[in-house]
Design a protein around this ligand. Sequence first.
Ligand code: HEM
Length: 541
Amino acid sequence: MAGLTQVSLERFKSSVTLWVGGRSKNMELSYAALFLLVSIFSFSFLALKFMNSKKQQKEGGREPPGPWNLPILGSLHHIFGSKLPHRSLRDLSAVYGPIMRLKLGEIPVVVISSVEGVREVMKTHDIVFATRPITKSIEALFFAGNDVIFGPYGEFWRQMRRLCTLELLSTKRVRSFRAVREEEVSHLLGSLAPSSGVAVNLSSKLAEISNNVTARAAIGSRCGDQELFFSVLGDAVEFVSGFTLVDLFPSKPFLGRIMGYQSRLEKCGKKLNEMLEKIVEEHVEKVGKNSNVAGNNGEEALMVEDLTDVLLRVQREGSFPFPISNDNIKAIIEDILMAGSETSSTLMDWAMSELIRNPEIMKKAQREVREVIGSTPGRMVEEEVTSGRLTYLQMVIKETLRLHPPVPLLLFRENQEICKVMEYEIPLKTTVMINMWAITRDAKYWDDPNIFWPERFEASTVDFRGSHFEFAPFGAGRRMCPGMQFGLSTVELVLAYLLYYFDWQCLEKELDMGEAFGVTTRRKSPLYVVPTLHFPLPTSA
Ligand code: HEM
């Protein structure tokens, strides 16, 4: 073997000499050249393969960059400081980039803060990210994810979502609650009129009207225990923020027990269940007494049916491809009550705050509303507002959604497969947060991003309906908010009539614009303002 190698080497040397010298006439040369070529080819092939596999290994397993982690806490210390999570995450992404990996307690998280990233998550790989992480709190409070908001992506969820979009939150259904909205706005104005010239807590009034409209649409009446119900629901919203001890350390349930979270969680779940159970029972009784509602699909039924009636009817008819359990009905009603109330009131609260801080914009919006409605409105009429003539008010609402997206980190998603986003690998079942608040305030996408300036939308086609990823306060793709129209119809009507009937003044020199922690970013301190009647209220208000 050694001799053979020696011979080959000698041949190789001479062949190289010959070949280099340009004389390639003998057989020796052919073998040597062949040997050389094969060697070079093989070596290059192996080297390329090695480099490729290294590259693939590096790229395939390359996770997004992120800050350093502490044992046990992971990156929690980076986001819980003096700032709220969406603000700390924006600051961190300025250092680590628009796609960033964190570990919150035991939970692997990826945070996206750019249009490219949102597009990949909500469009290119929408189906991969069409599910949400189910935490212990969601299990305890949302019927183990048997609902639309948190339900895992799959056939059952798809059907429930269809039920939501076609039956519960369709344009026709939203329109059917017009009288409810008009009545509630009348009631709100009537409650403000006696305070003309006196400071009122407008935040609480806006929360009340939002709760009333949502409750009347979902369960048919301002239920007796409404205040208690919404307060329990408020606790539930805090639990499902994803930032509680039980959810950050799922493998250490004793932590939740020691800190008292577990028992609070269980109590909250039990209370919610009892209240929802009562609502369903009352509706079943009502149907028994009033067969008019049952099985009547006409316009008349549409007018009298609330969303619980609709769900019970679909359950009775058996028209849904899967059996609908009472737990499903309770879970969907809970979804609507939760998602429908706080989001809309938060949006109205910020819109009024910005208008009060910007008197010129307030004047312009009031001028438009007063011109369109005229000087003798008679009664609240939704058409005046929804006819599309209040274009400036709509820009004010858009600008409020941009500067104060009510759900700043949207609702978390989770990937059902390993997937690449912006060339980084996202490990299976990573919690994905979209920092929409950071995107809608990013100077890369918006001029003067921190200024409240509704006119920016005057000559712009950018809107929030899910195809402009720099402005997606309702999310986008399969899990986009199905209640957008429901929410906005209340918001537009309320704002239009508040601006129409009243002039507004603030007692504070500099209005506090601080935000509170939560899934929705409400005002930290209530908005105290002084309304002054501009026109007398109609007699019905
Ligand atoms: C200003 C008002 C509102 C805002 C800003 C808002 C925002 C959002 C956001 C960001 C999501 C998550 C979207 C995603 O993951 O891509 C969502 C989901 C949802 N919203 Fe809204 N929402 C509002 C009003 C409403 C109303 C009034 C209702 C019902 C009456 C509602 C029902 C829902 C439901 C059921 C989901 C879950 C959808 C799913 O997972 O498939 N929302 N909303």
